[in-house]
Every structure is written in C-alpha cells, then in structure tokens.
Design a protein around this ligand. Structure first.
Ligand SMILES: [Zn+2]
Length: 301
C-alpha cells in the first residue's frame, strides 16, 4: 500500500534556488531526450516504443553532461534520472494508448515542457533523502530543509517529489509529496497467528469457505475482507502439520454440536440459538468451530 503525504516546505533562499535548479534540470533533460528521440525517429523511423531506448539516451546524456551541461552536476543526479523516467513513461503511455494496451482516453504524444508552467517538480528516490521530525535531509544540500509538519504515517519512504509552485511571486511555498509504503502490519499479525496455531496444534480443521463466493455477498464482504480469511487459509495450508478442510456445504453453524440436530432456519443475524431438540444454548461461532473440529477429525481418520 502506498500512501502519499503532502507537506509544505520552508526552504531558505539558497534551498529554494537549489529546488528551482533541480526542477529545471528535470525539465531540461525531458526536453533534451524528447528532441534526441525525435531526431533518431526522423533518421530511422522505428517501430513504436521499441525504437525508444531511454537507457541509451541517458547514457548518451551522461557522456556529454560534464562538457556540455555541467550545471546539472550542481544538483542531485535524481533530477537527471527523473527527467528520463518521465520521458520514458510519457512515451510508453503514448504508444500503449496507440496500440490499445492502455485503457481510458487516448494519450497525446509528449510535448516539450514549458518553463512557464506554473508547477514544476522533481522526484528523489529513497537513497537521496531522509526525514527526521521536522527536517528533510537531501544529499548535496548542506543544511536540512524545514518541514511545516512531521510525517503522519509510519512506514518506509519510497520517494519524495518536490514541487515548486510559482505564482505567490517568490515561490516561497514549496510542496513535497512523500510516498511511503506502510509496513504491512496486518500481514504481520496474520503470520504470527498462523505460526502460533501451526506450532501449537497437530491438526487444524478449517471450513473450506468459498471466499470469492462470499465476497460477492456485500454484507459479508466487508467483514471477510477485514479478516483476510483467504490469506489465513493460505498460510495455514503451508504451515500446518495437518490441515483438514471441511467441505463448504457442511452445515457447521446450523448443526447442534451436542446432539446433531440441524436447525435449518438459523439466520445469519442470530449469534446465539437454543437447540430445539436438546435445549443447549449455542454461541454461533463456538458451536460451528466445535462441529468443524469434529468433522475434521472424522475426515482425518
Ligand atoms: Zn441439540
């Protein structure tokens, strides 16, 4: 799961200049690559996206940059990479759209990026920055950049996009978007639970619930999705020493675990019920679990 976090930056004038340079570098690289690509196409019309080699263009650029574009060395190399990455996806989207490999409205052929565009940005990958409380550390910047607020989420930061918003004249307001992958805590809990079960019990009986079928029932879908039932079963299947699946048509909820009477009128909303035959009061889930275990033991022998 990727979450985006948008935070205003309060850069010093030097840092604001740095960001402008980095945004400018990304834009310049995009335009340079697009032009080179078009030149190549004019010389030998290639077949769509295959004719485009972002890696080759990047290598060509890197070979030239020290001599021809030394100013790109003043900012993080992510700015250059970002320009090629954006060009690559712009061209890919265009060709995919042409070839019918992309859903949605058709995508235009990429156009040169204008300097006058209100919003300019560049993206840093996780190796190039760090966040500590109210401070953003970026490689090649002497001092950390102040954040208007700290991160609200836990998790690993994947990348940061720094956008320079023009207008408001001095472009003081800077926006950063952090993408983070939140640690999958639920997955972790499920793993711990299934490991514990597999270690403690030699035999585990589970109801072979038709998960996909149940998910189609909107009332059930929410609670089931939350419990990640399918994932629990998958893990139990490979962790358990002995996993017995009880058929999904076995009436585990309706059957009285004490006497075997089947209460076919039991509604899903009834969490407790009294057996009409033997008078035992049942907790719905507990009763079903006892039945599943008994049926599982029967199938296992
Ligand atoms: Zn009974």
């Amino acid at each position: 799961m990727v979450r985006a976090h948008k935070i205003r930056l309060n850069p010093t004038p030097e840092q604001a200049t740095y960001f402008k340079k980095a945004c400018g570098t990304s834009r310049f690289v995009f335009n340079w690559g697009l032009e080179r690509w078009r030149e190549q196409q004019a010389l030998q019309p290639a077949t769509g996206a295959e004719g485009f080699g972002p890696a080759r263009l990047k290598a060509e650029f890197n070979a030239l940059k020290r001599e021809q574009f030394p100013w790109v060395l003043e900012v993080t190399k992510n700015a250059v990479e970002d320009g090629f990455r954006r060009l690559g996806s712009a061209l890919k989207n265009y060709f995919d759209s042409q070839n019918g490999n992309r859903k949605g409205s058709s995508v235009r052929f990429p156009r040169f990026k204008s300097k006058k565009k209100a919003r300019q940005s560049f993206t840093l990958d996780y190796e190039r920055f760090q966040v500590e409380g109210h401070w953003l550390h970026i490689s090649k910047l002497d001092r950390p950049v102040n954040l208007a607020e700290p991160l609200r989420f836990e998790g690993k930061l994947k990348w940061a996009t720094i956008a320079c918003e023009a207008g408001r004249r001095k472009a003081k307001l800077q926006l950063a978007r952090f993408q983070e992958r939140i640690a999958n805590q639920r997955q972790d809990r499920i793993h711990k639970m299934t490991t514990e079960i597999a270690r403690t019990y030699r035999l585990v009986a589970v109801e072979d619930l038709h998960v996909k079928g149940l998910m189609r029932n909107r009332r059930l879908a929410l609670s089931l999705a939350d419990a990640s039932l399918g994932e629990v079963l998958r893990q139990l299947a490979y962790k358990s020493t002995r996993l017995v699946q009880v058929g999904r048509f076995y009436a585990s909820s309706q059957t009285c675990s004490a006497c075997g009477y089947v209460n076919s009128k039991l509604e899903l909303s009834e969490r407790r019920w009294v057996c009409a035959a033997c008078g035992v009061l049942h907790e719905r889930d507990w009763n079903a679990a006892v039945n599943i275990l008994q049926e599982g033991l029967r199938l296992a022998t």
